[in-house]
Ligand binder design. Structure first.
Ligand code: F6P
Length: 359
């Protein structure tokens, strides 16, 4: 392995720069390889000349490990297999992307991406016969084949901090605070942050909620003598028989969001409580990565380079039981990896008497 390509793809998150650093350090110091950073994910590979820059140890000035975002840039729209053609249709531009990779003369490619990006990169690698290794990242933590993705821990810490800040003001004003967090297909952030942040109600996409169950729980909280309550809801939470709240931007793209307002409105109407809604949004994606995300990103970066160097490509690294491992991309189930409703966190939440929206 002489020349290794590296790109980030999909929505950014904290810890991507730590992973980039780990890949470069391992490739350069461990194998004497050259690393080419591809800019703006697959979009950079469609440009001519290809948008890329060499990554060497000199670029790591000491702060990169701590920085949010991705120094390579990324895109979470524009699947090359169905790329918007500017005329309202779509065209397959995968051949251009593969030509771009060939132009760079890469021996292997490491792609850091979420569930959607991993599917695209896996398909590209198959089509182009390209040695590829995937590293999972996404605050949503829903990539199959790993217990934890880069970015998730930081997002949970941010959501817990928000609950920590909301609780005293809720108590002061005798309010119900609703916190809406991200989680497009899976409720991992809401569930973990809700437990750690002392929420009374946690609403996740995996369990369509019954508004009556939510208000019954809040009535219990009041009967127990507490003057305030905390509700956390994933952006894709929806009521039984209802729909996920979205808004469509002027370009026609639908974005999740609004679930918190709906839940808050239902609570206010049913209980007469003074309700306030906070939408955490992209605050969860930015910021300094937590120590866990830095550790995970570093471990994934080293493991991915070792795989590429050993010729063990067509695989994705993952985290299980306190260690890295890897899985053949072909053996990975299609995502998303949703919350296990019989798993430890769901059991813990129920064991604490937290309402998950169904009872
Ligand atoms: O998939 C990660 C994620 O942060 C989701 O939780 C969220 O719905 C989405 O990305 C937001 O995407 P965008 O950055 O395009 O608004």
């Amino acid at each position: 392995m002489k020349r290794l390509g590296l790109l980030t793809s999909g929505g950014d998150c904290a810890g991507l720069n730590a992973a980039i650093r780990a890949v470069v350090k391992r490739a350069v110091t461990g194998y004497g390889a050259e690393v080419i950073g591809i800019l703006q994910g697959t979009r950079g590979l469609m440009e001519r000349p290809v948008k890329a820059r060499p990554l060497d140890l000199a670029i790591f000035t000491g702060d990169i490990l701590r920085q949010g975002g991705t120094m390579l840039g990324t895109v979470n729209k524009g699947n090359p297999f169905s790329f918007p053609d500017g005329k309202g249709g779509q065209s397959d531009r995968s051949a251009e992307v593969l030509d771009g990779i060939r132009e760079l003369g890469l021996d292997a490619l490491i792609g850091i991406g979420g569930d959607g990006s991993m599917r695209i990169l896996k398909r590209l690698a198959g089509q182009g016969n390209l040695p590829f290794v995937g590293i999972p990242k996404t605050i949503d933590n829903d990539v199959p084949g790993t217990e934890m993705c880069i970015g998730y821990h930081t997002a949970v810490a941010t959501a817990v901090e928000a609950l920590d800040r909301l609780q005293p003001t809720a108590a002061s004003h005798q309010r119900v605070m609703v916190l809406e967090v991200m989680g497009r297909d899976a409720g991992h952030i809401a569930l973990a942050a809700g437990i750690a942040g002392g929420a009374d109600v946690i609403l996740i996409p995996e369990i369509p909620y019954d508004p009556a169950a939510v208000t019954a729980k809040l009535a219990t909280v009041a009967q127990e003598g507490r003057n305030h309550a905390l509700v956390i809801c994933a952006e894709a939470a929806k009521p039984v028989g209802g729909h996920i709240e979205t808004r469509v931007d002027p370009g026609g793209t639908a974005h999740y969001g609004g679930a918190g307002q709906v839940v808050g409105g239902e609570i206010a109407k049913a209980t007469g409580a003074d309700v306030r809604v906070t939408v955490l949004g992209h605050v969860q994606r930015g910021g300094m990565p937590t120590s866990i995300d830095r550790l995970l990103a570093s471990a994934f970066g080293v493991h991915a380079v070792d795989l590429a160097a050993a010729g063990r490509t067509g695989r994705m690294v993952g985290w299980q039981g306190g260690d890295t491992f890897d899985t053949a991309l072909k053996d990975l189930p299609d995502g998303p990896r949703c919350v296990d409703l019989e798993g430890s966190q769901a059991r813990t939440a129920r064991g604490l008497g937290i309402c998950l929206g169904d009872r």
